[in-house]
Design a protein around this ligand. Structure first.
Ligand code: SAM
Length: 447
């Protein structure tokens, strides 16, 4: 599988720097980039100025009244509404970080310090076709309850829908269903079900919960609806997702993909996080580039940004969740732990290394696990971190497991969960109504 091997294996560039196309500011790379990376200059280099070009004015007597209306419409500048102003302000704030990330990436390409595997173009993905299993349609027929998935070697049978299926082996397993072969990564699990049937995912106790939860919800979106890429869900339904029951009692890192729509970002930040009991920690951006290294659209194009947003939030540990007045006095173990904290841990070191990167800012807020167990200090995810990669086909997101583990107290042994997934990840549990979609053996190449 093209994505399995490395942290951000979707990088596949050629060692040639190309300018980021900018709607109004022209190329901003190479020699010119240094100036456009200065935030104040970057901010002033473009504005939302939309021009409406109407037909010539009607000068007949009866047309005068209409002309007045038309004149009002054909103002040469457009006054943005409050959402557009807010969206523009967000764009201005992240722009210097995106330019710095793009520049840093270009330099690493030029000096050959990226791993070879990132530069080699991946072979193109097979086409999705009519012969693919349509899990959403299949779920709607009466035979769905009888559908099974069969592990190839052991010949064990499991229900395909509404049951948690696990591959506990330390190697991949091939499994057959609906005449197709699917690859189940090592120590992965999946639940193929609708939103209304999530209960097999919920752990018996929160101490068996998930340390990392990644979600890519099917936000309502005209383009997705037009192209019928997948079914969307009303935003309000997301409020009912039992996030707190899924998060580990020691706390969890929650990463949510969000579109650039200002209304949606405001909903997530002001309503969704509060309802799920999460604290906003950082905002990351994924800059999408072509295999030739150009952004997929001009950086400043207001209605088609070349980036997507990942909101990172923290579910508190059960202990932190208790209102402060009810919290017990610190125990002796907690005192020992705070003394230990003065020595930087390996995780803190990793975080401070991360800080040196030019395209992310790092807060040193720390998250503690409960006093009863061994205390560890989790570095907060850096703010304004930028991921640069070539997007996979069919709106697939880049793989984030290794990156997110850096900001989870349990590191590589974190229990991970991906919600609304279309593929499986080694060591993680995945859920969605088409969770096996990209696990079809045809999407993998033999090593
Ligand atoms: N992260 C995925 C990727 O990179 O391939 C894309 C996820 S896509 C934005 C959202 C997914 O949620 C789609 O697979 C869609 O079918 C699924 N979905 C939509 N409505 C759902 C529902 N009611 N229950 C479960 N999954 C649903």
């Amino acid at each position: 599988k093209q994505y399995d091997l490395f942290e951000l294996a979707a990088f596949r560039y050629f060692a040639r720097k190309k300018p980021i196309p900018s709607q109004t500011g022209g190329p901003c790379n190479g020699e010119d980039t240094s100036s456009s990376m200065v935030p104040s200059q970057a901010s002033s280099s473009h504005q939302i100025v939309l021009r409406e070009e109407g037909p010539g004015l009607n000068t007949t007597t009866e047309g005068i009244a209409r002309n007045r209306k038309r004149k009002r419409k054909t103002r040469s500048t457009y006054t943005p509404n409050t959402k557009e102003v807010a969206a523009k302000a967000r764009h201005e704030a992240i722009r210097p970080f995106i330019l710095a990330a793009y520049e840093a990436f270009g330099q690493r390409l030029a000096d050959g310090s990226l791993p070879r595997s990132w530069i080699q173009p991946a072979s193109s993905e097979p086409e999705m076709g009519d012969e693919d299993v349509d899990f959403v349609a299949l779920a709607g027929v009466w035979q769905a309850d009888l559908a099974e998935i069969v592990f190839q070697d052991s010949e064990e049978h499991f229900p395909l829908f509404n049951a948690l299926v696990r591959n506990d082996c330390a190697s991949e397993v091939l499994a057959a269903c609906m005449g197709h072969t699917f690859l189940l990564p090592k120590r992965s699990a999946f639940l193929l079900s609708d939103f209304s049937r999530l209960s097999p995912l919920i752990p018996a106790t929160r101490s068996e919960g998930y340390d990392i939860i990644l979600l890519d919800p099917p936000w309502e979106n005209k383009s997705v609806q037009r192209q019928a890429t997948y079914a969307t869900l009303p935003n309000r339904n997301l409020l009912g997702l039992p996030l707190q029951k899924l998060a580990h009692s020691d706390g969890a890192l929650v990463a949510i993909w969000v579109t650039n729509r200002e209304k949606l970002r405001a909903f997530v930040e002001s309503e969704l996080l509060a309802t799920w009991g999460l604290r906003l920690e950082a905002t990351w951006h994924w800059l999408k580039v072509t295999p030739e290294g150009e952004t997929i659209s001009p950086l400043d194009l207001a209605h088609h940004r070349p980036y997507e947003v990942l909101v990172l939030a923290r579910a508190p540990s059960e202990e932190q969740d208790v209102p402060s007045a009810e919290r017990e006095q610190p125990s002796e173990t907690q005192h020992v732990a705070s003394a230990e904290r003065e020595q930087p841990s390996e995780m803190q070191q990793a975080a401070s290394d991360e800080r040196e990167q030019p395209f992310g800012t790092h807060k040193m807020n720390t998250v503690e696990s409960p006093a009863s167990s061994q205390l560890t200090v989790t570095p907060s995810a850096p703010d304004n971190f930028v991921i640069v990669s070539v997007p996979g086909e069919h709106s697939r997101k880049p793989p984030l497991k290794c990156l997110l583990e850096k900001y989870s107290a349990k590191g590589a042994s974190s229990r991970g969960l991906e919600l609304f997934a279309r593929e499986l990840t080694a060591g993680w549990t995945s859920w969605g109504n088409e969770v096996l979609r990209f696990q079809d053996a045809k999407y993998f190449v033999a090593k």
